[in-house]
Ligand binder design. Structure first.
Ligand code: WAQ
Ligand code: MG
Length: 241
Protein backbone atom coordinates (compact mmCIF):
# COMPACT_ATOMS: atom_id res chain seq x y z
CA UNK A 1 0.00 0.00 0.00
CA UNK A 2 1.40 3.48 -0.85
CA UNK A 3 2.34 5.64 2.12
CA UNK A 4 -0.40 8.00 3.33
CA UNK A 5 0.24 11.70 2.75
CA UNK A 6 -0.46 14.19 5.53
CA UNK A 7 -1.20 17.89 5.44
CA UNK A 8 0.54 19.68 8.33
CA UNK A 9 -0.41 23.25 9.20
CA UNK A 10 1.28 25.45 11.78
CA UNK A 11 0.11 28.78 13.14
CA UNK A 12 1.75 30.79 15.88
CA UNK A 13 0.37 33.81 17.72
CA UNK A 14 0.88 35.98 20.77
CA UNK A 15 -2.01 37.55 22.70
CA UNK A 16 -4.21 36.59 19.75
CA UNK A 17 -2.02 38.40 17.20
CA UNK A 18 -0.73 36.34 14.28
CA UNK A 19 3.06 35.78 14.21
CA UNK A 20 3.64 33.10 11.59
CA UNK A 21 2.10 30.19 9.76
CA UNK A 22 3.28 27.43 7.42
CA UNK A 23 1.90 24.56 5.36
CA UNK A 24 3.45 21.25 4.38
CA UNK A 25 2.33 18.05 2.70
CA UNK A 26 4.58 15.10 3.50
CA UNK A 27 4.50 11.29 3.57
CA UNK A 28 3.74 9.66 6.94
CA UNK A 29 7.37 8.91 7.76
CA UNK A 30 8.28 12.63 7.79
CA UNK A 31 5.37 13.83 9.97
CA UNK A 32 7.30 13.74 13.25
CA UNK A 33 10.37 15.55 11.97
CA UNK A 34 8.42 18.16 10.03
CA UNK A 35 6.22 18.93 13.08
CA UNK A 36 9.38 19.46 15.10
CA UNK A 37 10.81 21.75 12.41
CA UNK A 38 7.60 23.80 12.30
CA UNK A 39 7.69 24.28 16.08
CA UNK A 40 11.32 25.41 15.84
CA UNK A 41 10.37 27.82 13.12
CA UNK A 42 7.47 29.28 15.13
CA UNK A 43 9.78 29.77 18.13
CA UNK A 44 12.51 31.46 16.06
CA UNK A 45 10.38 33.94 14.13
CA UNK A 46 11.69 37.53 13.87
CA UNK A 47 8.24 38.93 14.76
CA UNK A 48 8.50 37.62 18.32
CA UNK A 49 7.96 34.71 20.69
CA UNK A 50 4.53 33.05 20.42
CA UNK A 51 2.36 32.11 23.39
CA UNK A 52 0.41 29.65 21.21
CA UNK A 53 1.62 27.29 18.50
CA UNK A 54 -1.05 25.14 16.85
CA UNK A 55 0.03 22.30 14.57
CA UNK A 56 -2.75 20.36 12.81
CA UNK A 57 -2.00 17.11 10.98
CA UNK A 58 -4.60 15.61 8.64
CA UNK A 59 -4.43 12.56 6.36
CA UNK A 60 -5.13 13.21 2.67
CA UNK A 61 -6.75 10.92 0.09
CA UNK A 62 -4.13 10.37 -2.65
CA UNK A 63 -6.59 10.95 -5.52
CA UNK A 64 -7.64 14.31 -4.07
CA UNK A 65 -4.17 15.85 -4.54
CA UNK A 66 -3.63 18.14 -7.57
CA UNK A 67 -0.10 18.41 -9.03
CA UNK A 68 0.81 21.77 -10.62
CA UNK A 69 3.90 22.94 -12.53
CA UNK A 70 5.99 25.84 -11.20
CA UNK A 71 5.14 29.30 -12.52
CA UNK A 72 7.56 30.98 -14.91
CA UNK A 73 9.37 33.76 -13.04
CA UNK A 74 10.44 37.14 -14.43
CA UNK A 75 12.59 39.33 -12.17
CA UNK A 76 11.89 43.02 -12.74
CA UNK A 77 14.61 45.57 -12.01
CA UNK A 78 13.44 47.76 -9.12
CA UNK A 79 15.43 49.89 -6.64
CA UNK A 80 12.78 51.64 -4.49
CA UNK A 81 9.22 51.19 -3.21
CA UNK A 82 8.06 54.02 -5.45
CA UNK A 83 9.42 52.20 -8.52
CA UNK A 84 7.67 49.06 -7.25
CA UNK A 85 4.43 50.98 -7.05
CA UNK A 86 4.73 51.98 -10.71
CA UNK A 87 5.57 48.42 -11.81
CA UNK A 88 2.70 46.88 -9.85
CA UNK A 89 0.06 49.42 -10.82
CA UNK A 90 1.07 49.14 -14.51
CA UNK A 91 0.73 45.34 -14.35
CA UNK A 92 -2.62 45.58 -12.58
CA UNK A 93 -3.93 48.08 -15.12
CA UNK A 94 -4.26 45.08 -17.50
CA UNK A 95 -6.97 43.55 -15.35
CA UNK A 96 -8.61 46.27 -13.24
CA UNK A 97 -9.21 50.04 -13.25
CA UNK A 98 -8.50 50.05 -9.47
CA UNK A 99 -4.74 49.52 -9.37
CA UNK A 100 -4.08 52.60 -7.18
CA UNK A 101 -6.68 51.44 -4.64
CA UNK A 102 -4.99 48.04 -4.55
CA UNK A 103 -1.54 49.54 -3.98
CA UNK A 104 -3.08 51.56 -1.14
CA UNK A 105 -4.31 48.31 0.50
CA UNK A 106 -0.81 46.85 0.14
CA UNK A 107 0.74 49.84 1.90
CA UNK A 108 -1.76 50.22 4.72
CA UNK A 109 -3.26 46.84 5.66
CA UNK A 110 -1.13 44.52 7.80
CA UNK A 111 -1.28 41.85 10.51
CA UNK A 112 -3.71 39.55 8.70
CA UNK A 113 -3.19 35.78 8.71
CA UNK A 114 -4.58 35.49 5.20
CA UNK A 115 -5.10 37.55 2.08
CA UNK A 116 -7.56 40.26 1.12
CA UNK A 117 -9.88 39.44 -1.77
CA UNK A 118 -10.46 42.45 -4.00
CA UNK A 119 -13.16 42.60 -6.67
CA UNK A 120 -11.46 43.61 -9.96
CA UNK A 121 -14.58 45.43 -11.09
CA UNK A 122 -15.23 47.59 -7.99
CA UNK A 123 -11.87 47.68 -6.16
CA UNK A 124 -13.74 46.75 -2.97
CA UNK A 125 -12.52 44.22 -0.43
CA UNK A 126 -14.92 41.28 -0.38
CA UNK A 127 -13.30 38.64 1.85
CA UNK A 128 -15.84 37.24 4.35
CA UNK A 129 -13.60 37.87 7.39
CA UNK A 130 -11.75 41.19 7.03
CA UNK A 131 -9.62 40.58 10.11
CA UNK A 132 -8.33 37.13 9.13
CA UNK A 133 -8.56 37.20 5.33
CA UNK A 134 -8.57 34.06 3.19
CA UNK A 135 -5.69 31.72 3.80
CA UNK A 136 -4.22 29.49 1.10
CA UNK A 137 -3.46 26.21 2.78
CA UNK A 138 -2.98 22.46 2.17
CA UNK A 139 -0.04 22.86 -0.23
CA UNK A 140 3.66 22.16 -0.56
CA UNK A 141 6.55 21.85 -2.97
CA UNK A 142 7.25 18.50 -4.61
CA UNK A 143 10.71 18.40 -3.02
CA UNK A 144 9.00 17.64 0.32
CA UNK A 145 8.02 14.21 -0.97
CA UNK A 146 11.53 12.86 -0.94
CA UNK A 147 13.30 15.01 1.58
CA UNK A 148 15.74 13.53 4.00
CA UNK A 149 13.76 14.67 7.04
CA UNK A 150 16.87 15.03 9.21
CA UNK A 151 18.42 17.52 6.78
CA UNK A 152 15.35 19.75 6.51
CA UNK A 153 16.03 23.10 8.20
CA UNK A 154 13.42 24.82 10.38
CA UNK A 155 13.92 28.13 8.60
CA UNK A 156 11.55 29.59 6.13
CA UNK A 157 12.49 29.26 2.47
CA UNK A 158 10.86 32.48 1.23
CA UNK A 159 11.30 31.83 -2.46
CA UNK A 160 10.07 28.22 -2.40
CA UNK A 161 7.06 28.96 -0.22
CA UNK A 162 6.02 32.03 -2.19
CA UNK A 163 6.20 30.05 -5.46
CA UNK A 164 4.03 27.28 -4.04
CA UNK A 165 1.44 29.72 -2.73
CA UNK A 166 1.45 31.79 -5.93
CA UNK A 167 1.04 28.68 -8.12
CA UNK A 168 -1.90 27.51 -6.05
CA UNK A 169 -3.55 30.95 -6.04
CA UNK A 170 -2.97 31.39 -9.80
CA UNK A 171 -4.69 28.04 -10.44
CA UNK A 172 -7.75 29.02 -8.38
CA UNK A 173 -11.00 29.59 -10.29
CA UNK A 174 -12.01 33.29 -10.59
CA UNK A 175 -8.54 34.62 -9.57
CA UNK A 176 -6.95 37.15 -11.95
CA UNK A 177 -3.95 38.43 -9.93
CA UNK A 178 -2.13 38.23 -6.62
CA UNK A 179 0.27 40.76 -5.13
CA UNK A 180 2.43 40.12 -2.09
CA UNK A 181 4.66 42.06 0.27
CA UNK A 182 6.20 40.13 3.17
CA UNK A 183 5.42 41.30 6.68
CA UNK A 184 8.83 40.06 7.84
CA UNK A 185 10.84 43.21 8.62
CA UNK A 186 13.94 42.33 6.61
CA UNK A 187 12.39 40.64 3.59
CA UNK A 188 11.69 43.40 1.07
CA UNK A 189 11.32 41.39 -2.17
CA UNK A 190 7.71 40.80 -3.18
CA UNK A 191 5.85 39.74 -6.28
CA UNK A 192 2.91 40.43 -8.52
CA UNK A 193 1.40 37.45 -10.33
CA UNK A 194 -0.97 38.60 -13.05
CA UNK A 195 -2.90 36.06 -15.13
CA UNK A 196 -0.42 33.32 -14.26
CA UNK A 197 2.78 35.33 -14.89
CA UNK A 198 4.93 35.73 -11.77
CA UNK A 199 6.94 38.97 -11.54
CA UNK A 200 9.51 39.05 -8.76
CA UNK A 201 10.04 42.63 -7.52
CA UNK A 202 12.89 43.69 -5.17
CA UNK A 203 12.48 46.66 -2.76
CA UNK A 204 8.69 46.54 -2.61
CA UNK A 205 8.88 48.02 0.87
CA UNK A 206 11.45 49.76 3.07
CA UNK A 207 13.41 47.41 5.33
CA UNK A 208 12.68 47.28 9.06
CA UNK A 209 8.86 47.46 9.05
CA UNK A 210 6.18 44.88 9.86
CA UNK A 211 4.02 46.23 7.05
CA UNK A 212 3.17 43.42 4.66
CA UNK A 213 0.15 41.77 3.15
CA UNK A 214 -1.37 39.92 0.22
CA UNK A 215 -4.11 40.98 -2.18
CA UNK A 216 -5.87 38.46 -4.40
CA UNK A 217 -7.78 40.17 -7.21
CA UNK A 218 -10.82 38.24 -8.33
CA UNK A 219 -13.51 38.18 -10.98
CA UNK A 220 -16.69 38.02 -8.94
CA UNK A 221 -19.16 37.82 -11.81
CA UNK A 222 -20.08 34.20 -10.99
CA UNK A 223 -22.41 34.21 -7.98
CA UNK A 224 -20.55 31.27 -6.41
CA UNK A 225 -17.10 32.85 -6.86
CA UNK A 226 -16.47 33.74 -3.20
CA UNK A 227 -17.34 30.33 -1.79
CA UNK A 228 -15.47 28.49 -4.55
CA UNK A 229 -12.36 30.60 -3.97
CA UNK A 230 -12.33 30.07 -0.19
CA UNK A 231 -12.98 26.34 -0.55
CA UNK A 232 -10.23 25.86 -3.16
CA UNK A 233 -7.60 28.01 -1.44
CA UNK A 234 -8.10 26.52 2.01
CA UNK A 235 -8.89 22.88 1.33
CA UNK A 236 -7.77 21.70 -2.10
CA UNK A 237 -4.52 19.75 -1.65
CA UNK A 238 -1.89 21.02 -4.12
CA UNK A 239 1.71 19.95 -4.73
CA UNK A 240 3.81 22.25 -6.92
CA UNK A 241 6.97 21.52 -8.89
N1 WAQ B 1 -2.56 32.52 2.45
C1 WAQ B 1 -2.98 33.79 2.26
N2 WAQ B 1 -2.30 34.86 2.67
C2 WAQ B 1 -1.15 34.64 3.34
C3 WAQ B 1 -0.65 33.35 3.59
C4 WAQ B 1 -1.40 32.26 3.11
N3 WAQ B 1 -1.01 31.01 3.31
N4 WAQ B 1 0.52 33.46 4.27
C5 WAQ B 1 0.73 34.77 4.43
N5 WAQ B 1 -0.28 35.49 3.88
C6 WAQ B 1 -0.43 36.94 3.86
C7 WAQ B 1 -0.46 37.52 5.27
O1 WAQ B 1 -1.29 38.66 5.25
C8 WAQ B 1 0.97 37.91 5.50
O2 WAQ B 1 1.07 38.99 6.38
C9 WAQ B 1 1.41 38.34 4.10
O3 WAQ B 1 0.70 37.48 3.21
C10 WAQ B 1 2.89 38.18 3.88
O4 WAQ B 1 3.25 36.83 4.19
O5 WAQ B 1 10.48 35.61 -5.00
O6 WAQ B 1 7.33 35.94 3.03
O7 WAQ B 1 4.75 34.94 4.61
O8 WAQ B 1 11.60 36.24 -3.21
O9 WAQ B 1 5.51 37.32 5.23
C11 WAQ B 1 7.89 36.67 -1.19
C12 WAQ B 1 9.12 36.11 -1.84
C13 WAQ B 1 7.88 36.32 0.29
C14 WAQ B 1 9.23 36.57 -3.24
C15 WAQ B 1 6.57 36.68 0.87
O10 WAQ B 1 5.21 36.65 2.81
C16 WAQ B 1 10.52 36.09 -3.85
C17 WAQ B 1 6.44 36.37 2.32
P1 WAQ B 1 4.75 36.39 4.31
MG1 MG C 1 5.55 36.85 7.31
Amino acid sequence: MPETMYSIKMRASRAGAHISGAERIVPARFVGQVSENLHARALGHPKGIPDSIVVTTTALVADDIIYLPELTVTELPCATPSQARKLVTDLLAEITPHSDTIWNYLETVTGMRGAMLVDAETGHRVEPDMHRGVRASTMDHRSSLNLDARAQPGNKNYVHEARVLAAKVASCPHVVAEICISDDPDYTTGYACVQGRYHRIPHMKAAGTNQGTRVIVIDRSDEHALTEISEYLENQAVIVG
